[in-house]
Write a protein that binds this ligand. Structure first.
Ligand code: HEC
Ligand code: HEC
Ligand code: HEC
Length: 133
């Protein structure tokens, strides 16, 4: 009895390991999604830096733009970048749902920025209305 039980448990564990990739991907614990990048240009800063620190960078941008009224950011490559969430970040990352949102959903963060800032779709809508009038 004892040995048979041990064998069954052993088999169950073995089966679990063998099928692990199947149920692991099927369940909620899916691998970190690959954010889809559409543009070929270079990001404002290096990818690794952006991945780790884009939230701090956006805060810095907001402070610099609003407190100092200075919208010129000089990046680590020494290039000048125009400070604008909509017209700089979202111009390259216009696929917000497949880029920003895919990661944020996974990380369970919900930036409240879009309460006020236009998403790329909204600004497109706005631009086309403007163009028609
Ligand atoms: C000129 C186009 C361009 C602009 C402007 C730009 N990005 Fe990027 N961004 C890219 C590209 C291209 C990559 C991917 C680079 C790579 O795959 O190595 C990237 C990567 C990233 C990543 C890392 C993605 C990952 O794979 O981990 C984040 C986060 C990000 N950008 C956020 C932003 C934010 C926030 C802004 C504005 C402050 C911004 N980007 C402005 C082109 C841009
Ligand atoms: C590679 C994955 C990834 C991509 C791509 C990404 N983010 Fe994030 N973002 C995160 C993670 C993870 C956090 C939470 C970080 C933390 O809490 O320290 C975050 C947090 C933020 C925050 C701060 C939110 C808060 O409530 O504190 C802002 C703002 C933000 N992201 C903006 C953007 C924008 C805009 C884009 C698209 C241009 C973007 N992110 C793309 C992973 C990503
Ligand atoms: C309550 C409304 C509101 C919310 C929420 C909000 N912003 Fe803003 N933000 C503004 C206004 C208004 C300006 C000034 C726009 C101008 O002067 O053109 C601004 C300016 C900025 C700027 C500098 C200029 C620009 O055009 O991009 C950045 C960067 C910025 N916000 C980032 C963020 C980020 C990141 C979040 C989310 C974490 C956020 N904001 C949430 C209202 C808001």
């Amino acid at each position: 009895m004892y040995d048979a039980g041990k064998i069954i448990i052993g088999l169950l564990i073995f089966a679990g390991f063998m099928t692990f990739p199947l149920w692991y991907n099927g369940g909620k614990a899916a691998p970190i999604p690959e954010p889809k990048v559409l543009t070929k240009g270079k990001c404002v800063e290096d990818t690794a830096y952006m991945r780790a620190a884009h939230m701090q960078l956006l805060n810095e941008w907001r402070d610099q733009a609003l407190r100092d009224g200075n919208r010129e950011y000089v990046n680590h490559r020494g290039e000048k970048v125009w400070i604008s969430l909509q017209n700089t970040c979202m111009k390259c990352h216009s696929n917000k749902d497949e880029f920003c949102d895919r990661c944020h959903t996974y990380a369970e963060v919900k930036p409240y920025c879009w309460d006020c800032h236009y998403t790329p779709k909204e600004s497109k809508k706005w631009a086309s209305t403007e163009g028609n009038s």
